[in-house]
Each structure stands twice: as C-alpha cells, then as structure tokens.
Design a protein around this ligand. Structure first.
Ligand code: ATP
Ligand code: MG
Length: 560
C-alpha cells in the first residue's frame, strides 16, 4: 500500500478502511474490483459514481478493475448498449483491465455450481406458480411455508434441471431454488430463485441456453471466478449480502479466506431528475426526450452533449464522497463542478440570444472597425480574437429599457450610458416599436474616446453589456436547457412522465460572433453574461446550434 493512500484524508472512506485492513492482514496481495453494468440502457451519472469508485480504487491501490457486463437477462439487453457503455467509460477516462468480461462467459460454470448445490441437497426445482410462490414466501411479519417440491430427491432434481436446460419446460413452468430457510428474517434467504427459463435469444450466446441465472446467483460466482476481492454495490443489496455469502460458502471451490466480499455504499440520487435506467428508457421510448443523449437527461451521453466535461463529472463524484447514508444530492453541486471547470478553460465569446437592433447614429456609415478581445480574461496566453464594430449592432432585448426600473439597472436606457463589452460607451437616445409595442430598434450615440478607457471627464459608467456587430453576425440556434422536472423527486410519482418541466428546453434564435463558424462540436464556450454553451454534436448542414450547459451562477433558488 502506498503512503499516498493512507495519508490522503479526503479520500478515506469506509471502503478504503476495509481495504487497508485486508491488505494489512495479508488477506490479499492486491485488490481487485469490478464495474458490472447490465447492458439494458445507457449509463447515467449514478453509474459514474460507481465507475469512479471501482476504477479509482484499482488505480490508487495498484490493483485491477474489470469491466463485466452483467448480461443474464436476454429479454432486455442489447449490443448497442454494450457499445455505448464502453464508449462512456473511455470518455470518463477509465480503461478496464485485460479483456471485457461477460457474465454469459460463465453460463457453464453457473450450471456446474447449480448441480453442486443440488448434490449437497441445497437446491431444488420448484413448480409453484408465481402467485403461489409469493403466497408461500410469507411477509416480513409472517414466516413462509415450505414448497411441496422442497423434498424432491437429488436424483430427480438433477434430471429436472437438465430438462429445464434442454427446453423441456415452458417459460415460467418451473425454477431452480436454493434450499435455505423459509423462516429467515431476510426475505432474500427464503429459498430464492437461482435459475429461470427464458426462450429469448441472447446477444452473446444466441439460443444455446434456455435457462438464465438470477443476479444473486450469478454475481457472487462471477466475482469469485474473476478473483474480485471487494465487490462494491449500492445499499439496496445490503440484505442480499447474506445470500452472496451463503452461495460462496456452500461452493467448496470458492469457500476460501480470500474469497470476494460485498460492501454497500449509498447510491447517487440527484434532485429534479431520475436515476433509473428503466424510467429513463420510458422517457426515451415515449419520445418525451429526443433520445438517450438528450442533453436534459442525466445520462453520461446526455451530459456530454450538454457540454459537461469528464473532469467535471469526476470532480463532482469526489465532492459527494462515498458513504452509507441515503440522500438526495443537490443539483447545484453538479452545476458548480462544471461551472468551475469551464470557468478556467472555456474561451469567451459574445452571443445575443434575443436580439434587438442598435443603430449608432454618430458612427460613420459603411465603416467597420476590427477590435481585439481577449479569448480568456484570466489567461492572456490564450491570445485575442477579432470582433467587429459598426453603425449597426445587436444587443439583447433584456439589456434595454425605456426607463431604468431602479438604480440597480446597469444596462442601457434612454439617456443612460453603458459600455459595450470590449468596445465603446454608448448612450441611448430613442427607439422604435412594432404594432404590438415590442421594441425593434434602439438609437444611440457612441463616445469615440472610450475604446478600452474610461471617459476623460471622469464620468462613471458602471454597466457593461454584450453585443454583436450586425453585418458580420451569424445566426445561431440556442437551446436553453433547464431541469428536466420541476419537482425535486419525480421518481416518487407513479406518473413521473407527466411532470416534465415545460421549460426544460426553450429554443431561441439569435446571433453570434463570425469566428464561431469554426466552433468544433462539443467545444465549450462562455457566451459572456449568458452562460456556458457548447456546439451541438448533431447540428446539420453547418448550421450553428449551441446547447446551454449551465448559467454563470446558480439562479434556480431565485426563481418564482
Ligand atoms: P438502474 O436502476 O439505473 O437500472 P442498476 O443498478 O440496475 O441501475 P446496473 O447496470 O446494474 O444498473 O449498475 C451497474 C453498477 O452501477 C452497479 O454496481 C450499481 O450498483 C451501480 N449503480 C447504479 N446506479 C447507481 C447510482 N445511482 N449510484 C451509484 N451507483 C449506481
Ligand atoms: Mg440492475
């Protein structure tokens, strides 16, 4: 164990304590973890917590972390999901050790283990219907009843299992159960199902198998086969740890002191969104979002398209830490991780999301001035960009008022001065409206002596607004995202799909600086005074589409 680990207080959590103890006791020479996604959907940020934990521990302790697809349910799984998971893992900055593992690699081994348990009189084939099984299981308050099939002979059970495997029974007709204890206070020990019959084609093994192991049976054996030392899962599997241990302790080949052990940590729950693949899939299937990578979703691919960086997601996972306390995490923590990252790296630019025209009446006709603006005000090394100034400009509708509503209004108003960012001070003189009374054009005068300096007569001009020169401006689509749901814990509601925040996506058409034509897909920018955006990775025919990643500061709490 390196000094770095024992000294790094911030990173110390109960799992690291356990690993330190196990290494000190020489239980293992080195540690091994695994990340075991089921390929039945895209990864979400909850998975990122598990990924950073498992791969992070392997990295810090010089151990190994396997990627294992937990593919024991052919009905719900798909190769496209396998590919997306591999891609997201790499993007997050992790790589698996050696080859990719699949639970389906071990189908023969699981079968062998089932036979061993039958031979020890610890498993039996049960023909109770699903409803009867539920009835026999009892409740937390009431012990269960033994199945009438519990005393079938080993010989007969071996034959029945073979027949199940050979497809002699129909789906649901029977299952293989562990023979443990129908009176246990842990429901998962009341003769849990280990194998069930499924006729679906499997994406790795085709039609070879007619029986598929359940998670509890497959997971511990897969861990043991691969030499996993610390099997980390979320808290809802706490009780199942008894079953994990029971299976490994009853299979002689795995019942060793250095066998894997399971440890549970609390899952990530994020406010205003959902953290379940099944529910996310429902939103995708019902076309309530544009796909698994809709930038409003908490999927890794959605966050990426929205403009989140891998660094910011890893930083977020560090900030929330690992514990055993179940809680809801404030979305503001995730947003501040990306804001902090982008503040230091995102080039600055100006874009007007809701433009109105400004005509500078005392500026020469036909003249276009080229001005220099810093790419990043705190990082001069990034250099400058060219922007333009002329008689016709665009500013944002919200940056002009006929009369300043109060003293705090530091924008443009009739007879008030404001600085145009990276350019001159202007003063509004009059404006035009359309038939509905909407302002269409503002007329202003500029002070030619104020480029990059304050007025010589000592006038104080506090406000600064952004602008884009009109003749060279490019039109752009801005997709303004907000929280997907307007309530904190939408998952608690049975009809969560009806609770989508109607303002979660607002599309606006505005203008940007001409140099934005070269913006690369996914490249992050700070549109000054507006927020962080990135160019969408799917905009077509060279059209400019910018996804809003996050605002410049947290304004959620200030809303009505
Ligand atoms: P979901 O409910 O979203 O389908 P899952 O647990 O069924 O999640 P898996 O593909 O089985 O999804 O998960 C792979 C790993 O990621 C597991 O070890 C699981 O514990 C972990 N994981 C899943 N969701 C979270 C979460 N919200 N927070 C932390 N870890 C998670
Ligand atoms: Mg699962």
């Amino acid at each position: 164990m390196s000094d770095k680990i024992s000294n790094d207080k911030a990173a110390i959590n109960f799992i690291r304590h356990q690993i330190n103890d196990d290494l000190s006791a020489n239980l293992h020479k080195s540690i091994q973890t695994r990340f075991p996604p089921e390929p039945n959907g895209y990864l979400h940020i909850g998975h990122a917590k598990s990924i950073c934990l498992n791969f992070g521990l392997a990295e810090d302790y010089n151990g190994k972390c396997n990627l294992r697809f937990d593919d024991t349910n052919p009905a719900k799984e798909d190769l496209a999901f396998v590919e997306s998971i591999k891609n997201d893992l790499h993007w997050l900055g992790f790589d698996w050790d050696g080859k990719i593992h699949y639970s389906s690699d071990y189908f023969s081994k699981f079968y062998e283990c089932a036979i061993k348990l039958i031979n020890k009189d610890l498993a039996y084939v049960c023909f109770l219907t699903a409803e009867e099984t539920r009835e026999y299981r009892g409740t937390l308050k009431q012990v269960g009843k033994n199945s009438p099939y519990r005393n079938t002979s080993k010989q007969e059970n071996l034959q029945l299992l073979e027949q199940m495997k050979a497809g002699k029974f129909s789906e649901g007709e029977c299952v293989l159960r562990a023979k443990i204890d129908m009176a246990s206070k842990f429901m998962c020990l009341r003769d849990p199902t280990m194998y069930r019959i499924r006729f679906d084609k499997h994406h790795q093994t085709g039609n070879e198998w007619r029986i598929y192991p359940l998670y509890d049976f497959a997971h511990c054996i897969s861990d043991a086969i691969e030499g996993v030392t610390h099997s980390l899962c979320t808290l809802e599997f706490q009780d199942n740890r008894r079953l994990y241990d029971w299976i490994l302790e009853n299979l002689d080949e795995f019942n060793r002191p250095d066998r894997p052990h399971q440890y549970e940590f609390s899952r990530l729950n994020l406010e205003y969104t959902l953290m379940s693949k099944r529910k996310l899939q429902q939103l995708v299937q019902d076309n309530l979002v544009s796909g698994w990578d809709d930038p409003r979703l908490p999927t890794i691919s959605g966050l990426r398209r929205r403009g989140y960086t891998a660094d910011s997601i890893r930083d977020f996972v560090d900030r929330i830490g690992i514990s055993k306390v179940d809680s809801m995490t404030d979305m503001a923590i995730l947003e501040s991780s990306i804001r902090d990252d982008l503040n230091s790296i995102a080039p600055r630019t100006m874009g007007v999301i809701d433009p109105i025209k400004v005509i500078i009446e005392n500026y020469p006709e036909q003249q276009i001035e080229t001005l220099q603006a810093p790419i990043h005000p705190q990082n001069e090394a990034l250099g400058k960009r060219q922007i333009y100034f002329s008689k016709e400009l665009y500013i944002d509708r919200a940056d002009f008022a006929q009369k300043a509503p109060n003293n705090k209004f530091k924008r443009l108003a009739i007879d008030k001065e404001v600085r145009l960012r990276n350019a001159y001070i202007i003063k509004a003189t009059s404006f035009d409206t359309d038939f509905d009374g909407n302002i269409t054009t503002v007329y202003a005068d500029y002070d030619a002596q104020t480029l990059g300096k304050n007025p010589a007569d000592g006038r104080k001009v506090k406000g600064v607004i952004h602008f884009v020169e009109a003749s060279k401006a490019l039109t752009a689509e801005f997709r303004l995202y907000d929280r997907l749901f307007s309530l904190e814990n939408p998952g608690k509601n049975a009809h969560f799909e009806q609770l989508i925040n109607p303002k979660s996506l607002v599309t606006a058409f505005g203008v940007v600086e001409p140099n934005m034509q070269n913006a690369k897909a996914q490249q992050a920018y700070q549109f000054e005074r507006e927020g962080y955006f990135c160019r969408d990775n799917q905009d077509e025919n060279g059209s400019l589409v910018f996804n809003k990643t996050v605002g410049l500061r947290d304004t959620w709490a200030e809303r009505d």
